[in-house]
Design a protein around this ligand. Structure first.
Ligand code: MSP
Length: 659
């Protein structure tokens, strides 16, 4: 058994017929915030996520892609996993419903339910929505699905049924005895009245679907996707051997409001039937809407996380998702609001407080954190305000009130700004009294900064770690225990660490344009060949292979390409595009802006003045949202395609044509 108290939380497992958007990212970000918060409160935490890989939709998507289902889902699962890793959201366990350990768990759960008398065979005819993988109760032929609005199909089949009707009273008793099982409160009332309205038995196997987990000895029966999917929470932490891992029951299932019924009615009923422990809480959050409707691939209104993370950093996206909307309610997503909050709260707020505090300590105390001394009533007042914010913020986190937790942290940041403005440490001189006063003010500000940094850490893990090392504080920030956090623990006399860019201010219009351009590149890779773009400076990639005779081009084709000698005038890195450099290149007749995928191999300063070969008649295009008008030629060397710029051994005139 773990020595620490355990906390097991889950995100839903996501469908593999699409790729993650902001809605999915939201749930996973919240789970990650809770995971970090709980660890800072001393829990042993396991967070799981995964992919829901069975069902008709996957069967169809694989068919459209012309590959077997197993290959299709393997590719998609890799995409999901990679994206979560890239965004710093990798779970402790990633469960796929095609994993053998999961298949075994589903079959075991079914066996337990059956042995306990809660499963029987019957026939079912009904209207079925293949998109939501659910029969639509009370629908007639021709009706549309009330959830997604798409037409239902009439389906009759022999099924195994689960006696859900037997669980009306046990469920209602359970909700009564565990009043915090369903959160938030409004959802709880919804579910209670649904259950009070009567429960029909539920068909839990299918014979019309091929791509699913087989019911042992009962082929062609496969499990209904929700019986399959919900069980993943148990398979992720040991399945039939769950007791050994010591994590079950789950402490928290985080879900969107769309799937609360599955989690608070079906899932506890399945577990009760199998006589297994029931999860402690299901929390249903609202949706992020785009133009007032739910994001979906079919509507073409999805917002992708990667371009935002590239442009503003993942911490900015995390902050926005949690700060903008009260947890539990729906909210609108807009790039405008995102960038506004980024500039106001992160660049001007936390970022500015950290950099000006560090700069003043550098200037006045040779970069050593002054000893904390409370000199005047206003210092004391700020100390008290910060101390009492600690309690408030922890309580807000505990109650899943993330927006309010952040609001309380930012109120302290605002108070620090006011304090600095009124104390004006920069206007003080070098007398002993002035130096003492400066030490008191900067010590107070540094201590406040340390505390808000710790409090914000679950939401802003990367940037707060930077502030922590900037303040030269011992250990890692994630190792700080929130329960012991108090005013007065600042390690003084230590040297400031290296200043790192936290949240550089961005121009709103330009940032939005670049995010949208990157999203467009990601969604339409063929329209803007982004993959090629990063290495588009290379003449060829990989080993040189002689083209087949029929692939050879005539001289008239070659002369269509105009190449000239160019000279690099300026070179700079591009925020949000690790591989690209933005160059201005003199090509004789004009100066061009060109993006080149060489940032990992060339320092910008070393390129100034260098003569390069430039393709000058390519149509301009945007790379990571930055206009590129031409292409620099480079060789592609080695298996990773390291670019080596083509150049000249003799002095050549800028603008000379290459033939
Ligand atoms: N596979 C099922 C869940 C099975 S869990 C045992 C499923 N998958 S899903 O891919 O559709 O993702 C569902 C979850 O993604 C929602 O419950 C919600 O948590 C999140 N969101 C998807 N779109 C969303 C928004 N637009 N806004 C917020 N969250 C949303 O259902």
């Amino acid at each position: 058994m773990p020595t620490k108290e355990k906390f097991y939380l889950t995100t839903p497992i996501y469908y593999t017929n699409g790729l993650p958007h902001i809605g999915h990212t939201y749930t996973t970000v919240v789970a990650d915030v809770i995971r970090r918060y709980k660890r800072m409160r001393g829990y042993e935490v396991v967070m799981t996520t995964g992919t829901d890989e069975h069902g008709v939709n996957v069967e169809r998507a694989a068919k459209n892609a012309g590959i077997p289902e197993s290959e299709f889902v393997a590719r998609m699962a890799t995409e999901w996993k990679n994206l979560w890793n890239e965004l710093g959201l990798n779970a402790d366990e990633f469960i796929r419903t095609t994993d053998l350990k999961h298949v075994r768990t589903v079959q075991w759960l079914f066996k337990l339910c059956k042995e306990n008398g809660y499963v029987y065979k019957g026939h079912y005819t009904g209207q079925y929505c293949i998109y939501d993988n659910a029969f639509v109760n009370d629908a007639k032929p021709g009706d549309n699905c009330p959830d997604c609005g798409r037409p239902t199909e009439t389906v009759t089949e022999e099924n195994y049924f689960f006696k859900l009707s037997a669980f009306q009273k046990p469920l209602l008793d359970f909700y009564r005895k565990n009043p915090t099982f369903i959160q938030p409160e409004t959802r709880k009332n919804e579910i209670i009245s649904f259950v009070e309205g009567g429960l029909k038995d539920l068909s839990i196997t299918r014979t019309t679907i091929r791509w699913g987990i087989p019911v042992p000895g009962e082929e062609p029966h496969v499990f209904y996707v929700w019986f399959d999917a919900l069980t993943s929470y148990l398979s992720a932490v040991g399945g039939p051997e769950y007791e050994q891992r010591g994590m079950w029951p789950a402490d928290l299932h985080l879900v969107g409001k769309d799937i609360i019924r599955f989690h608070t009615v079906y899932w506890p009923a399945f577990l009760m039937a199998a006589m297994l422990p029931v999860p402690r809480q299901v929390w249903a959050h609202g949706w992020f809407l785009m133009d007032a409707s739910k994001m979906s691939k079919s509507k073409g209104n999805v917002v992708l996380p990667r371009p935002i993370a590239n442009m503003l950093g993942m911490d900015a996206l995390r902050y926005f998702l949690l700060r903008e909307v009260v947890f539990g309610q729906d909210g609108n997503f807009s790039y405008d609001a995102l960038v506004t909050r980024y500039n106001a709260d992160l660049a001007n707020g936390l970022g500015n407080l950290a950099s000006r505090t560090a700069a003043m300590i550098e200037k006045n105390f040779a970069g050593r954190i002054p000893r904390l001394s409370v000199g005047q009533p206003q210092d004391d007042a700020l100390a008290k305000q910060t101390q009492s914010a600690i309690g408030e913020v922890l309580e807000r986190y505990e109650n899943m009130e993330f927006a309010q937790a952040l609001e309380a942290i930012w109120a302290v940041i605002g108070a620090a700004d006011k304090y600095l403005t009124s104390e004006q440490p920069w206007a003080l001189g070098d007398s002993e009294a002035d130096t003492q006063r400066k030490a008191a003010v900067l010590g107070t500000t540094a201590e406040l900064l340390r505390i808000v940094t710790v409090l914000a850490h679950p939401v802003l893990p990367d940037s707060t770690a930077k502030v922590w090392s900037l303040l030269g504080q011992p250990g890692t920030i994630s190792g700080v225990q929130l329960d012991g956090l108090r005013w007065g623990q600042l390690a003084a006399g230590v040297q400031l660490g290296k200043a790192q860019a936290l949240f550089p201010r961005v121009d709103k219009a330009e940032a939005i344009e670049r995010i949208e351009a990157m999203a467009n590149e990601e969604q339409n890779p063929q329209a803007a060949p982004a993959a090629a773009a990063a290495t588009s400076t290379t003449a060829s990639s990989g080993a040189a292979v002689a083209p087949a005779a029929s692939d050879k081009i005539g001289i008239e084709d070659f002369t269509k390409v105009e190449m000239r000698v160019g000279q690099i005038k300026t070179a700079e890195r591009i925020v949000g595009a690790d591989k690209l450099l933005k160059l201005t290149v003199d090509i004789g007749s004009e100066i061009r802006q060109i993006c080149a995928g060489i940032a990992q191999y060339y320092e910008p300063e070393a390129l100034i003045g260098r003569k390069v070969a430039v393709v000058t008649n390519l149509a301009p295009r945007k790379l990571r949202g930055v206009e590129s008008n031409g292409m620099i030629i480079a060789a592609s060397v080695g298996p990773e395609g390291r670019p080596v710029l083509a150049g000249f051994h003799e002095d050549v005139e800028v603008g000379a044509r290459l033939k």
